[in-house]
Write a protein that binds this ligand. Structure first.
Ligand SMILES: [Zn+2]
Length: 157
């Protein structure tokens, strides 16, 4: 019997940078074009199209994230809507970029876990900052959505 160690991809940089929400990957979501899914996800926090455009125009994903922190959250964002929006913007991104979709499918059955340094234990799978508050596994919601999308893309061939 051979015990095959499960492959884990936990560094969404370099050759796996296409898995990151900071990846430059222009796509359209709900009538607006965004340069990254960090932009579209943060825009999704608001239902105001003016606010969404303001976030779409942020020069960097980090700036889009900052702008997203200042908006009035739409109803049920934290408990529900944010997961739906993330799934939608990821689908929009990978459908707009067949090369990235192929690269995602090519990760096979690898477990996708975003390792963070920024204490995000909701989207991330862990934080290696070293603070006591971060010494626990995260929910890995981004990784889970990426794996679900991978299964969908694989089925569609
Ligand atoms: Zn941390």
């Amino acid at each position: 019997m051979v015990d095959v160690a499960r492959v884990v991809i936990s560094d969404f940089r370099g050759r796996h940078g296409f898995l990151s929400n900071f990846d430059h990957a222009p796509h359209r979501w709900e009538q607006i074009d965004y340069p990254t899914t960090e932009h579209s996800f943060n825009a999704g926090k608001s239902l105001d199209m003016g606010v969404r455009l303001w976030i779409a125009e942020a020069r960097t994903p980090a700036e889009a994230k900052r702008r997203g922190r200042s908006v009035q959250l739409r109803p049920r964002w934290d408990e529900k809507v944010r997961y739906e929006v993330m799934a939608e913007v990821l689908a929009a991104k990978f459908r707009a970029h067949p090369d990235k979709a192929a690269a995602l499918v090519a990760t096979g059955d690898a477990t996708l876990i975003e390792g963070t340094m920024w204490h995000d234990l909701t989207w991330g799978g862990f934080c290696h900052c070293g603070r006591p508050a971060c010494v626990r596994p995260g929910q890995n919601c981004l990784g889970k959505l990426l794996m679900a999308l991978r299964a969908e893309l694989r089925e569609q061939g």
